[in-house]
Write a protein that binds this ligand. Structure first.
Ligand SMILES: Nc1nc2c(ncn2[C@@H]2O[C@H](COP(=O)(O)OP(=O)(O)OP(=O)(O)O)[C@@H](O)[C@H]2O)c(=O)[nH]1
Ligand SMILES: [Mg+2]
Length: 262
């Protein structure tokens, strides 16, 4: 299926907006392809104070930790490294469920600057679920070493979400990344992700299905994204929704992360 980009918002993709009150402990998810430096970034942000634990009902381990920025304590969840969120493996399912039902205040997608094209697949998938995205373009030192130039500002404009260059192993770019996370989590800036558009008949079917399933979905779950998964024949999403029918699962996730991070 041929894919084209469609701007979902105005000409100015990332808009300044009135800050909303931050939750007591903002919840931040770290997603990304395997080997992009997520754990390195996680350790750099949290100062190695990481914990691992079983997510409720899951067997896959996730790292959780905290960091302070502007006198605020942020909860950080390191999701399993995945190439997609299509729930074809346990890791993908864990990452998908957290992004879809955990309602993090910001999702940082950690990418490898030396193979952006492959990494952007996951970025586009995450942006289909939530606009609260910051792209961390990591391994910039390696890209530079290979004489590759990444125009991060252009990438930001094209994607409609903040993109921050980092070299996590050397601690480069972390302050800028924390500021971008803060801005997205507080609503100080509102990302306006460019969404993939599908063939007109798929778009129409997705719109019709989304309208039909809307009354049965939890309030904050993205209807279009669920409709697209159903059209694709991914019925694992139905099971996932049944397990997350109320906001209790989000509260439980926050409670659990907070307990680990104490
Ligand atoms: N040159 C360079 N290497 C980095 C950087 N960040 C991480 N690495 C290295 O990249 C490798 C993978 O880093 P990890 O932090 O384990 O990557 P990950 O995303 O957690 O990998 P998975 O857990 O497999 O998903 C390690 O050898 C890191 O030292 C960076 O900014 N620059
Ligand atoms: Mg790791």
């Amino acid at each position: 299926m041929g894919l084209t980009f469609l701007s979902s918002g105005s000409n100015a993709p990332i808009k300044p907006s009135r800050p909303k009150p931050l939750p007591r402990r903002p919840l931040i998810a770290l997603a990304g392809n395997p080997n992009t430096g997520k754990s390195t970034l996680f350790n750099a942000l949290t100062g190695l104070r990481q914990h691992t634990g079983n997510w409720p009902g899951k067997t896959v381990l996730k790292a959780t930790g905290t960091y302070y920025y502007r006198d605020k304590k942020f909860l950080l969840v390191d999701l399993p490294g995945t190439y997609s969120l299509l729930a074809k493996s346990a890791d993908e399912e864990v990452a998908r469920d957290f992004i879809c039902f955990g309602h993090p205040d910001a999702i940082v997608v950690v990418t490898d600057a030396t193979s952006l094209e492959r990494n952007l697949n996951l970025v586009l998938q995450v942006m289909e679920i939530s606009p609260q995205v910051v792209v961390c373009v990591n391994l910039m030192d390696e890209a530079r070493r290979r004489k590759m130039r990444v125009d991060v500002e252009a990438l930001s404009r094209e994607l409609g979400v903040p993109c921050i260059p980092t070299a996590a192993r050397n601690g480069v770019g972390l302050e800028e990344l924390k500021e971008a996370i803060y801005n997205v989590a507080t609503g100080k800036i509102t990302p306006s992700p460019r969404l993939v558009t599908y063939a007109p008949e798929v778009e129409q079917a997705a719109a019709e299905l989304a309208a039909q399933i809307r009354p049965y979905l939890p309030r904050r779950v993205n209807h279009r994204w669920v409709a697209l998964r159903l059209l694709e024949g991914d019925y694992s999403i139905v099971e996932a929704i049944c397990g997350h029918q109320d906001e209790e699962s989000e509260k439980a996730a926050r409670r659990e992360v907070a307990a680990w991070a104490r």
